[in-house]
Design a protein around this ligand. Sequence first.
Ligand SMILES: Cc1cc2nc3c(=O)[nH]c(=O)nc-3n(C[C@H](O)[C@H](O)[C@H](O)COP(=O)(O)OP(=O)(O)OC[C@H]3O[C@@H](n4cnc5c(N)ncnc54)[C@H](O)[C@@H]3O)c2cc1C
Length: 401
Amino acid sequence: MEHFDCVVIGGGMVGAASALTLAQLGLKVALVEKFTPQAFSAEQPLDLRVSAISLASQNLLNQVGAWQQVKQWRSCPYKRLGVWEYESAYTEFNADDIEQSHLGHIVENRLIQLALWQQVTAMSNIHTYCPESLLSLNQDDDSGNNRATLTLTNSVVTAKLVIGADGAQSKVRQMSAIGMTGWDYQQSAMLINVETSMCQQDITWQKFSPTGPVAFLPLPGQSPLGGYASLVWYHQRDEITRLASLSNSQLQQEVLKCFPAQLGDIKVLAKGDFSLTRRHANTYQHKRVLLLGDAAHTINPMAGQGVNLGFKDVLALQHVIAEAIGNGEAWHDEAVLVRYEKMRRKDNLLMMSTMDALYAGFSHPSPLIKAARNLALLAVNKVPVLNSTIKNKALAYACGL
Ligand SMILES: Cc1cc2nc3c(=O)[nH]c(=O)nc-3n(C[C@H](O)[C@H](O)[C@H](O)COP(=O)(O)OP(=O)(O)OC[C@H]3O[C@@H](n4cnc5c(N)ncnc54)[C@H](O)[C@@H]3O)c2cc1C
């Protein structure tokens, strides 16, 4: 039976990043992942699952040596972010306003994961178990060694700390009996990859309507029509189910009918639908278990903050453990893990609640609330003092600065 300082369950974007940051502290780490990440080749079509990677997340990926590889493969920087319900209240956020060259990059999730895995396999103090799954977890080892025992598909390992980075349906969370609060939103989201008649753009935009927002994320590369983009369409679950059942050419007609003119002409390449849930673990740590990323919190994806919050968790954990090691403390003690939770819970809750408030505010049918939200957008755009305070602060916060 092999012993590790930390066993990270889940080698998605957050788990792989966490394995790397903990290994950077000199800890002996195991990374357990169910599915082997697929190798990259430039001919592969753009994947449906993409994320808007904030400047702060880019810094983390840089720190662990994965960003260069992501850049070499494919990513699409964006400089502007447009938001509106009525054209007259169109508000645009620009990287220049916060003295940055860009606001973020749109990157396929699987490429971020793969670039992280390249670094993982280069670290001599990370052992990977892949493809393997967590089958059972015993937090109370009888040996008195203060270790948890984990049974994987083909191995049994022990650890001082078990990190659950195994996503929204986290087995680690369930096996350690950590409860959670949350709800399913009435709406679902449809992701649609398209060719667009426009060349690669530097703007991502979101248009609100009472049935839910529609969003445009630019993707890299040149297509026969011009460029590529990822569209996100939020709507009532029944309507998303109907849209998902359409052929690509039928869906194309629906998109052209319902998306704003800014989109230009499109051709649908691929589509997928996702239900939207909000979940928040009642605690991020219990005995020898700690939760990171979607295992601890899933958020309405409207502002593209899910994985960015997960990466903030990763950095916070590295910080508290580094500090504990520096102070000569037992880095896996409950007192240390509680410090991690203190750093992250409030921030995660604030982002989750802000998203919900925006979502509720922008989908409310009352004419009064409609007028108020458009006036607010107009004011933030046109009143110089609001423009330079609220707008730029919100922008810096969204970029993780
Ligand atoms: C429609 C939509 C759009 C989104 N857009 C954005 C965006 O623009 N920006 C953004 O920041 N976020 C976005 N998100 C959220 C983002 O995708 C998630 O926050 C992110 O994927 C969470 O990463 P994670 O590593 O915590 O979990 P996951 O990506 O779920 O990874 C978990 C990993 O654990 C593995 N695993 C699970 N169980 C086991 C087990 N028992 N044993 C071993 N391995 C296991 C899985 O195979 C997987 O690799 C979006 C989400 C949705 C639904």
